[in-house]
Each structure stands twice: as structure tokens, then as C-alpha cells.
Write a protein that binds this ligand. Structure first.
Ligand SMILES: [Zn+2]
Length: 503
């Protein structure tokens, strides 16, 4: 949840100018708080499973139902995931941290407090490098802390019309990692770039599936505006629980416009929490914003301070996977791919892994394979809604298809047909090509016979060619291809024609 407003300790980096078209006399200041639901098997402080989609209240125990007298136990895996993330964001992992009770009332939280971290978080002071319009830029990460999720209210009908509400505690106690940025972003585009980069990294780290729809990756935005050149931050407004990248940008955009209009007309921006209404495309006041002291934080008496054992952080650091930035550089250098190609491939770890598996077998030009990935593969995946993990063909089959093209056995267009079938069925490309009769004739004897027949049938054209009208060759190639029903290998046909014409 929300932490006390702290002004960035680092100065905003250069090139932080306003990029949004609307309020030219104002500078926009954005800070983002991301809640990532950790992919641990059990909950933060009890052994209940975290599986998604179970019947309501099927995954609960006295601890996550908030019964009196129960004792929480810290999930070791959640701590490990938190440290993994902290290292990827260049944070300092504190040798000791502490859990705290954060008090507020909500019907889906029977304890009336949430176990979170406050003054002594797991990790602090990092940064995330993003690519925005002006090049790359570091966005400060203020802190990373662990906490438990609350339950879920299900309203019968809409919130306004519901006669009753039901509560499901399956989500109660699920581990969350809150990642709080510094208010370093200066445009909607930067906020979008930050979120996408952050999500890609936590997916690479395999600590969270990054699924916005299922709520395992949630975002709150703190937005304020200040007159250009000013160093005093404007009053910030918190935008809550926005569940898609598109909505984050729309919500912030709307909020910037609203604040500027308010200030321009002599009004004052109030400290409050607002909800984004995706249907109307506007933000609405939800409640006046509480200050940190309203939560009456105090150290969780049922949990001792968490001391990180010596060598533990280093061990996790050694096992960190290759992260997107490093992979991007490696894809550009090892495979000599253009930045655009590398960026798309690396954007999805599973896609990048598949690319490397196919390339290891294929050994032809990587750019050629990349064209197939960016073209046919991604197009079909999008059309059929298929994830990389659900693809039916093997890397070897993909490589064989490309090798058939390289050997002149398949034309590019025929290969696309074969690929579509292979994508749907997982059958071998050679088998599909043979069945569809798409294999080009490699037999030089057959090509020469067709060439002889065409030359004999077109003496006039042959005469023209020999007298210097070389453009006739195209016509003759066409005739041979036609005679061979499109299955002649164009390179072979060309060579045979030229040889016979005495060129
Ligand atoms: Zn439980």
C-alpha cells in the first residue's frame, strides 16, 4: 500500500523535460507503486496454497483468516524472490528488516491490519534504466518491501446497486512485493516505459507472472504537476489499482489535464485518492488521502526482525538469470541482429529462448530466422492467441523448414503455407510440403527437358535473345516455370536457360 511521501534524494536526471503535448507551462511528476504478486507456492505467513481459480474460501486457515491467537511464519521463498528483484533493480538489500502492522479497516481484512513493512524495508535505493523518447534514463527505486494481500469482496451486481457482498479469503495472505519508484518520471510515455521494463524484468526473474488481468501485477500512480522550472513539487494525487498498461497511461493523462485546469482556474489540487473509471475515461474522487501516521504503524510483535544470513544475498546474485538488457546486447552482438529485431525477441523471455533453440539447430543467417519470428510466427501466434509455451512444432522442425528454403526446395511463399500447417498441427515440414506438392524440382534433367521444350516452341524469342534483346529471358523463364507447374527451382531454370542460349 501507500508509503509516506518522500522527495527524491537524487536530482531528476537530464532530459527530463515535458514530453506530453498538453500542458506546456507545467512539468509533470509521476511516481509509480507496483504490487507484484509473488509466484510462491504458499502464502506469506501460512502454508495455504496460492493457486488461482479455486472455489471461494477453499484455500484458507486460521492464520490467513485473521483468527486471534495465531502466529505468522515468514515465507522463505518470498524473501528470496524479494532479494532477487532488489538485486535486479540495483537496490541495497538491508542486512536486517522488520515487518510492521498497518492499520485500516476493510471488510475483507478481518485482522483490521495488514502485515507490511514500513521503516525497515527489505531493500532500498535502486534504479531502473528505461528507454524513453529522449534515449535511456534511470528512474530511482525508493524501496522494495514485502507484505500480505487482503481478501476479495464480491458484490452482487455493481458496487452501487449490490444488495449484499460476499467475501473470499483465498487471496488473503498471498505474498506481495511492493516496488515504489521515486517521483522521477516526467511524462506518460516514461511511466509506460517504466512499467513495461519492470514487468519484463520480474517475468525474467520468474518471481511474478506479470498478469494484469488476473491482478497479479497492479499499479498505483502518484501524479502531480508544477509550473515549469519550479523545484517545489505540486500536491500529488494517488490513482488506484489501474489494471492495464493502456489505462495507466489514460488515467495519468486525464489526471494531468484535470490538475492543470484546476490550477489555471485558480483552484487547488486536493490530497486525495482517485479511481480511474475506464468506461468514462476519467478519474473520480474515492477518498481524501490518509497520511502515513493515520495507519498507526508499529512493529509486528509476532515476528522477530528478519536478519539476512551472511552470504545469502551473494548466493542469490550468483544465480540471477540473464536480464533483458544484457540479453539485448548479446542478441545484437552474437547474432548481429538489428536493434528493432533484438528488442522484440528479448521482450518475451520464452520467445527469446525459442529463437536461440532454433538458431542452434539452423545455423543459417540469424537475420533470416528473425524475419520468420517477427513475421509469420508472431502473426500466427497473435491470430490464434497461442503462447510460446503452447507451440506445437519443435525447434528442429522450424530449422528444417528454413533449410528447405535455403536449398531451393521450397519457394518463400510455399514455405509460408507449410509453416501455417506446421503451426497448427506440429507435423514435419517435409511431410506437409510433399503432401501439398510444393517441393520444387531439383532434378536438373527434368529442368533441362522443360527448357528444351520451351526453346523449341519459341524460336522467335530465342532469335531475339541471341540478337541482343536480353530482356526476353524473363519471358522464357516464365514459360519454363509454367511448364513445370511452378515447381521448377528458379535458380536452376535460369542457369539452364542461359547455358542453352549460349550465354
Ligand atoms: Zn492460511
Amino acid at each position: 500500500m501507500t508509503e509516506p511521501g518522500r522527495i527524491s534524494r537524487r536530482p531528476p536526471s537530464d532530459g527530463a523535460g515535458l514530453t506530453d503535448p498538453a500542458p506546456t507551462n507545467y512539468e509533470v511528476v509521476i511516481g509509480l507503486e507496483v504490487h507484484a504478486q509473488l509466484s510462491t507456492k504458499s502464502k506469506m505467513f501460512c502454508g495455504c496454497t496460492t493457486k488461482f481459480g479455486a472455489p471461494p474460501n477453499a484455500q484458507t486457515c486460521p492464520v490467513c483468516q485473521g483468527m486471534p491467537g495465531v502466529l505468522p511464519v515468514i515465507n522463505r521463498r518470498a524473501v528470496e524472490f524479494g532479494i532477487r528483484t532488489a538485486l535486479a533493480f540495483n537496490c541495497r538489500v538491508n542486512p536486517s528488516c522488520r515487518f510492521a502492522r498497518k492499520h485500516y479497516y476493510y471488510p475483507d481484512m478481518p485482522k483490521n491490519y495488514q502485515i507490511s513493512q514500513y521503516e525497515e524495508p527489505l531493500a532500498e535505493d535502486g534504479f531502473l534504466e528505461i528507454e524513453a523518447e529522449g534515449g535511456s534514463r534511470n528512474i530511482g527505486i525508493q524501496r522494495l518491501h514485502l507484505e500480505e494481500d487482503v481478501g476479495k469482496l464480491l458484490h452482487e451486481g455493481t458496487l452501487e446497486t449490490a444488495q449484499s457482498s460476499l467475501v473470499d479469503f483465498n487471496r488473503s495472505g498471498v505474498p506481495l512485493l511492493e516496488i515504489v519508484s521515486e517521483p522521477d518520471m516526467r511524462s506518460v510515455a516514461e511511466a509506460g516505459a517504466y512499467l513495461r521494463t519492470l514487468r519484463s524484468i520480474i517475468q525474467y526473474l520468474e518471481i511474478c507472472d506479470g498478469n494484469l488481468e488476473e491482478g497479479s501485477f497492479r499499479c498505483d500512480a502518484n501524479v502531480s504537476v508544477m509550473p515549469k522550472g519550479s523545484t517545489k513539487l505540486g500536491q500529488r494525487v494517488e490513482l488506484k489499482n489501474i489494471n492495464s498498461f493502456r489505462f495507466v497511461q489514460k488515467a495519468i493523462d486525464y489526471e494531468i489535464g484535470r490538475q492543470v485546469e484546476l490550477i489555471e482556474s485558480g483552484g487547488k489540487v486536493a490530497m486525495e485518492t482517485r479511481l480511474f473509471d475506464a468506461v468514462r475515461g476519467e478519474t473520480r474522487s474515492m477518498r481524501s488521502k490518509e497520511e502515513a501516521h493515520d495507519y498507526r504503524y508499529f512493529p509486528e510483535p509476532d515476528l522477530p526482525p528478519l536478519r539476512i544470513p551472511a552470504g545469502y544475498v551473494e548466493r542469490i546474485e550468483r544465480d540471477l538469470p540473464e536480464l533483458p538488457r544484457a540479453k539485448l546486447q548479446r542478441f545484437s552482438s552474437t547474432y548481429a541482429l538489428p536493434a528493432y529485431d533484438a528488442k522484440i525477441l528479448v521482450g518475451d523471455r520464452a520467445l527469446a529462448d525459442l529463437f536461440e533453440k532454433v538458431q542452434a539447430v539452423y545455423k543459417g543467417p540469424a537475420k533470416k530466422l528473425s524475419n520468420w519470428f517477427l513475421g509469420e510466427l508472431l502473426r500466427l501466434m497473435k491470430e490464434e492467441g497461442t503462447a510460446v509455451g503452447a507451440l506445437r512444432f519443435s525447434p528442429t522442425q522450424f530449422a528444417s523448414l528454413l533449410e528447405m528454403v535455403d536449398a531451393g526446395e521450397l519457394s518463400n511463399n510455399a514455405a509460408k503455407d507449410v509453416f501455417a500447417e506446421m503451426f497448427r498441427t506440429g507435423r514435419s515440414p517435409r511431410e506437409i510440403a510433399q503432401e501439398k506438392g510444393l517441393i520444387q524440382v531439383q532434378d536438373t534433367g527434368a529442368v533441362e527437358a522443360a527448357v528444351d521444350a520451351v526453346l523449341a516452341a519459341n524460336p522467335g524469342e530465342v532469335e531475339k535473345y541471341r540478337s541482343g534483346k536480353k530482356q526476353v529471358l524473363g519471358f522464357l523463364v516464365g514459360q519454363v516455370m509454367k511448364a513445370m507447374k511452378g515447381k521448377g527451382n528458379p535458380a536452376l531454370v535460369n542457369a539452364a536457360l542461359k547455358a542453352k542460349l549460349g550465354d
